[in-house]
Design a protein around this ligand. Structure first.
Ligand code: PHE
Length: 494
């Protein structure tokens, strides 16, 4: 421990203590020797020295008995029973009637009670007492008791304490801490000559930096390993912060954001994407169909085009799925099962314009809730449409995104989606394991041609909650949405 780690008050206190290295220093010793008035300064300096192992603090908490307001006036004006007793002894006729003349009503009433308990009796309106010495003695014991307060509770007589406890505002109990400090061997070993008080800078201000004064200043050292209270302020939910971060990454990569409704038609959610109408994922078990709107109008030429493609493949060279196509099925209202429903509509509205678009938004599937599944979750969707767009570009874009998120190891594997060819699964390495985070591919002609889309479209859809689990180190996806305040407060800034 070096002396220059100490603040001025600690230096002064240590220097003082070193003048008598074996002494047990009380607070008042320290205040006097350091020439301090403020107890808080002494206690603070002592705390600092104790934290640094230079002094040892011992604290004893004791209860002190002090005079209350009634006790104080009893002491200055005389205890009621003492004044009554004086009256009794000097009165020529100690009768009830006389007493009531000499004392106000609020004293006479309780006063008679007090005297009776002390051994004064009343017969036919007159007071008498058999053992006067005993009464005198009891009263002066009470007066002595009050006169010697304040005292530590354990030094006081129990009967007397109980007596005054029963009289309102006579005595009060106050807890007080007595502190003493002694030097530790380490404290004793410090060279007193090094304990020089200097001007120390606690805070770096713009003024200080602008002047040259900082060059010669001595800076206070802070121990950043000490425990301290964590400031609790409002902050975004980790999911919201994560979404913001993803947004920034895509915006930085030249993408624009799509924000669209999640109530959609089966036509856009599935038919436009060449998902066959008898595909199992369309069943009620997987998709939330709506009662309101049960169905939504779609332009006939659109459903005609999808019908043609689905039944025969149209002019795309595909043979289609064959079978029947139902425009009523296309018009069914549902909660979107993927955000691809929105990128495909964007392309349909802007078929000739090369673009890079993304969405981070909510989707719905009839999943049973468990450690890794929720019926409502989010996807990170994206498309690139431009001349010459190719698989290599798709893979590089996804790798770049995950690298910016802090996951440099990414691989793709062949997969299948009805609307892309080739189709990929994206995997990210986390704690030595490959985790599947989403799907991607290049839209098939069955998807792009009916909508008049001119260039190749690279597309992907990835799970946001899965990514959040990696970022936050979770093994249960539900943790994200249970509003566990303690957990939320302790999440890192994303
Ligand atoms: N829509 C797919 C899903 O929900 C992901 C995907 C998007 C795959 C775009 C290929 C292209 O899993």
């Amino acid at each position: 421990m070096e002396a220059d780690n100490l603040v001025n008050t600690e230096r002064r206190m240590l220097k003082v203590m070193l003048t008598d290295a074996t002494k047990v220093w009380s607070l008042s010793d320290i205040l006097a020797a350091c020439d301090w008035q403020d107890q808080a300064i002494a206690v603070g300096a002592g705390l600092g020295l104790t934290d640094k192992g230079l002094t040892q603090l011992s604290e004893t908490v004791s209860t002190e008995v002090k005079l209350g307001a009634q006790g104080q006036s009893a002491l200055s004006e005389g205890l009621l029973e003492a004044r009554l007793w004086d009256w009794y002894k000097s009165a020529s006729e100690p009768s009830m009637a006389n007493l009531q003349q000499s004392f106000a009503r609020h004293e006479a009433g309780p006063g008679i009670g007090l005297l009776k308990k002390l051994g004064v009796t009343m017969t036919d309106g007159s007071f008498t007492c058999v053992d006067e010495a005993k009464v005198s003695e009891a009263i002066s014991a009470r007066q002595d008791f009050l006169a010697k307060l304040p005292q530590i509770v354990s030094d006081l007589d129990d009967d007397m304490l109980n007596h005054f406890k029963s009289r309102r505002n006579f005595i009060e109990f106050v807890d007080s801490t007595t502190r003493t400090w002694t030097l530790t061997p380490e404290g004793t070993s410090i060279d007193s000559n090094l304990l020089v008080e200097t001007t120390m800078v606690n805070e770096i201000t713009p003024e200080l930096l602008q002047s040259d004064a900082w060059k010669d200043a001595e800076f206070r050292r802070f121990d950043v390993t000490l425990e301290s209270a964590t400031p609790r302020t409002g902050r975004s939910h980790p999911m919201q912060s994560l979404i913001e971060r993803i947004r920034h990454i895509f915006l930085e990569m030249g993408f624009s954001e799509i924000v669209e409704d999640y109530v959609q038609t089966a036509g856009w959610n599935m038919d436009a994407l060449f998902i066959p109408q008898d595909h199992p994922a369309r069943e009620m078990q997987d998709t939330f169909y709506l009662d309101n709107p049960k169905s939504m109008d779609l332009p006939k030429d659109l459903t005609d085009k999808w019908s043609e493609i689905h039944r025969t493949g149209g002019d795309t060279g595909s043979t289609g799925w064959g079978g029947d196509f139902s425009p009523e099925t296309s018009q069914k209202g549902l909660l979107r099962t993927h955000t691809t429903v929105n990128t495909i509509q964007y392309l349909a509205e802007n078929p000739n314009q090369p673009c890079r678009m993304f969405a981070v938004d909510r989707v719905f599937r009839k999943e049973a809730i468990d450690r890794t599944h929720l019926p409502e979750f989010h996807q990170i969707e994206g498309i690139i449409m431009e001349e010459g767009a190719n698989l290599q570009m798709l893979v590089t874009t996804l790798k770049t995104f995950y690298a910016k998120m802090g996951y440099p190891e990414v691989r793709v594997r062949p997969a299948y989606f009805p609307y892309t060819e080739p189709s990929l699964e994206i995997e990210v390495k986390w704690r030595g394991k490959w985790l599947e985070l989403g799907g991607a591919g290049i839209f098939r002609p069955e998807v792009t041609e009916p909508l008049g889309i001119e260039h190749p479209v690279l597309a992907w859809g990835m799970g946001l909650e899965r990514l959040a689990m990696l970022v936050l180190g979770l093994d249960d996806i539900r943790q994200l949405y249970i509003s566990d305040l303690e957990w939320l407060r302790n999440q890192p800034l994303i």
